[in-house]
Every structure is written in C-alpha cells, then in structure tokens.
Design a protein around this ligand. Structure first.
Ligand SMILES: CC(C)(COP(=O)(O)OP(=O)(O)OC[C@H]1O[C@@H](n2cnc3c(N)ncnc32)[C@H](O)[C@@H]1OP(=O)(O)O)[C@@H](O)C(=O)NCCC(=O)NCCS
Length: 362
C-alpha cells in the first residue's frame, strides 16, 4: 500500500518548526509564531529561523546591513527582467530571475546565498510590477526596513504604518511551515547536491499551484462569488459543494482544527483600518462555509486555513490578487533556505519507492 500524497510519512528530522495539527499550534525554533508576529520584526524572525536563536542588538544590526546590501538587483538580472514577455506571471518572472542570479552557486548552500535571495525577492517582484505597468522600477530605499521598502518599491509612496504592521504580521506568520509541498520540493532538489537557486526554483514552481500558494487568489474569487444579488451566500456555497468544488482557504493536510495563522490574521485584519465591513463579511462567510463543509464532508475536519485571511489582509492593504502568491514567497523564501541548509547538514538523497500496478507485456 502506498501513502497517497505521502500522508503521515516522516521524511526528515528538523529543529526549524513544529506544526501541531491537533492543538492548532505553530512554533518557530520553539517560539509561538503568533507571538513572534505581534512582537518581532521581519528581520528578527528571519534571523531566528536561519540561525536558531533570536539576535542580540549587534547581530541584528549586522543582519539588517547584510540584507540591505544585497537588495539591489544585479545589472544583468535587470536586463533579463526587461527582456521577459510582459504577459508572464510574476511567479515565472521570479523563477527566471533566480535561475540567472548566482552562476557560481554550488553545494552545500550558504547563509550568505540565503540572505541574497531573501533580500532580492521584494526587489524582483516590485521591479516587475512597475516594469510591466510601463513604469521605471524604483531603487530600494535603504532608510526603510525590509517590509517598508517592499511596500515603497511596489507603490512609489511612503508606506502607511497600518499597512506595514499588517504586512509584517502576515509575512512572519507565513515564513515557515514544516514539510509543506514547496519546502519538500526544495529539500528534494538540494538532496541531489544541487545548488540553492535550483532548489528555490523547484520550490517556486511548487508554490505556484492553486492547492498551495495559489490559494489566496482563489479566496477573493470565492468571496466575490458568494455575494450575488439573486441568490443567498448559503445557496451559492451549497451549489459549489454539490458540484464537488474545493473551496479555497479551507482544509489542511495537517491542521484538523482552525489554522492558528488564520486566527492571528483575523486579528491583523481588524488593525488594517477601514476594514470593518470586509472583516465582518469574511467572518460571516467563514462561519457559513465551516458549517456547510461539516454537513457535506462529515468527519473530514475542514476548517479555515491561513490563505483565507491572508487574502482578506492583502486586499485590505490594496494588494492586487496577482501579487498575493509572490508576496507569500517574500516570506517563505526564509523557510525554504533554512530547510535547504538543514538538509545539507545531514544529507541523504531522497529516493522513495513505487508500486508497479501495470502488467508484463513480453
Ligand atoms: C489543503 C488541501 C490541498 C489538503 O489536501 P488533502 O490533505 O489532500 O485533503 P483531501 O483533498 O484529501 O481532502 C479530504 C476530503 O475533504 C474534501 N476537501 C478538502 N478541502 C476541501 C475544500 N477546501 N473544499 C471542499 N472540500 C474539501 C476533499 O474533497 C476530500 O473529500 P472526499 O473525502 O469526499 O474525497 C485541501 O484541503 C484543499 O485543496 N484546500 C483548498 C486549497 C487551499 O486552501 N490551499 C491552501 C492550503 S494552506
């Protein structure tokens, strides 16, 4: 018997994070991710994941300096970016730029390479968004922190404090999440002793799928579908479930209770300002869908997941739907790199078995 989707199979020992699906708890290096999202900066939590402990003041300053130093896109990558077809999805642009970044990268991966990738993701995304809209990409502003600078490069305006705070919480809450599909993909690539950029390209391709990082875009569609003039939200959700549709933002392989990141982001949504109506709609629809999922899919324990409130938060800070998945990568790049480095420290190539169910023909 094979384990479809590798359900229940333990593929690695890790000290990076603990995802407890029964308790609904997520720990980064032993710290509760929800608490980190309220108290710490993006840079502090990225440092924690990469290095195993929170930084002291001088370690933090050195880390912030290293990130800022690497923010500027190398000239040849700027040229590549300008030469790409304008209709490419941002995820494909990220993948293309990462491929061309570091021709000398080898195995094992290093923290310096990881810092370069973490620093450059916002620049690549923001440069593409401006370039594809016919605008000149902005240079990073070194007076701003990582999250402020991302918002600045996307919009060209000084970011609002409420937006910085909401986006920081979102990015911290999604920085790392155990052996999810994209992290596993990155570890598999790296287990062949391939380089870090190649592992990250594998992760990016995996993240793009609608069952993983592509879900938040589908959540906005769901929220808009259920608000019709002719039918009630309940009728619409029932029709979707009768058609066998998967409702984006619900269900999780590990969490059999509400995803703790969704609970934290529900609070963040309150703090984005002017989002009262959005929040109350989102909460009402979450309750309706949870009840109907229990009715149509009894025993499956389907609850809201992080993507549902991630979509609502990003909508509230005026991010467009096609920015959602790339923005998820601005945080998850930290988890990917940390896992790839951990894999390299005690590596054995991944090589599972299959069960042949065909017949012999000669
Ligand atoms: C997250 C997800 C991929 C987990 O997949 P999985 O662990 O393989 O779970 P399954 O797809 O086997 O789901 C188990 C059952 O619940 C149903 N189910 C799971 N998520 C569902 C959803 N969001 N809407 C409707 N039904 C759902 C499945 O159809 C299946 O029903 P069945 O037993 O009648 O066949 C899945 O829940 C999903 O597709 N959710 C929507 C996408 C999403 O929000 N992704 C972001 C995750 S953070």
């Amino acid at each position: 018997m094979h384990a479809k989707g590798l359900e229940g199979i333990v593929v690695a020992e890790t000290s990076i994070s603990d995802v407890d699906g029964k308790k609904g708890e997520l720990l980064y290096r032993g710290y509760d991710a929800g608490n980190l999202a309220q108290m710490q900066s993006f840079e502090e939590v990225a440092y924690l994941l990469l290095n195993g402990g929170l930084p002291n003041q001088s370690e933090l300053e050195a880390f912030i300096f290293a990130l800022k130093e690497k923010r500027t896109l190398p000239t040849e990558v700027q040229h590549l970016l300008r030469s790409l077809p304008k209709e490419l999805m941002i995820m494909d642009v990220l993948r293309s730029c990462i491929s061309s970044l570091n021709p000398k990268a080898t195995w094992p991966p290093t923290k310096e390479e990881a810092i370069q990738l973490i620093a450059l993701f916002p620049t690549i995304i923001a440069s593409w968004i401006r370039h594809s809209a016919g605008k000149v990409p902005l240079e990073p502003d070194h007076s701003l922190n990582h999250v402020q600078n991302y918002l600045y490069m996307m919009s060209g305006n000084q970011p609002e404090a409420a937006h910085v705070s909401a986006l920081t919480s979102y990015l911290i809450l999604t920085m790392e999440h155990g052996m999810n599909a994209s992290t596993f993909a990155a570890r598999v690539v790296s287990s062949t002793e391939s380089d870090l950029p190649s592992a990250i390209c594998g992760a990016l391709g995996t993240m793009k799928g609608p069952l993983h990082g592509g879900a938040p875009t589908g959540v906005l569609q769901l929220l808009s579908d259920v608000q019709s003039d002719t039918k009630s939200p309940e009728e619409i959700v029932r029709e979707k479930l009768q058609r066998g549709e998967k409702l984006m933002g619900f269900g999780h392989r590990v969490y059999k209770t509400t995803d703790p990141r969704a609970i934290a982001l529900r609070h963040v949504l309150k703090s984005t300002g002017g989002a009262d109506q959005v929040l109350s709609n989102a909460v009402d629809i979450e309750q309706l869908i949870t009840q109907l999922l229990a009715e149509y899919k009894p025993g499956r324990n389907l609850h809201v997941n992080v993507e549902y409130y991630a979509a609502a938060v990003m909508d509230a800070i005026a991010f467009k739907p096609d920015w959602f998945t790339p923005t998820f990568c601005v945080s998850r790049i930290v988890g990917w790199c940390t896992h790839v480095i951990e894999q390299s420290e005690d590596n054995r190539i991944f090589r599972p078995q299959q069960e042949y169910v065909g017949t012999r023909k000669n």
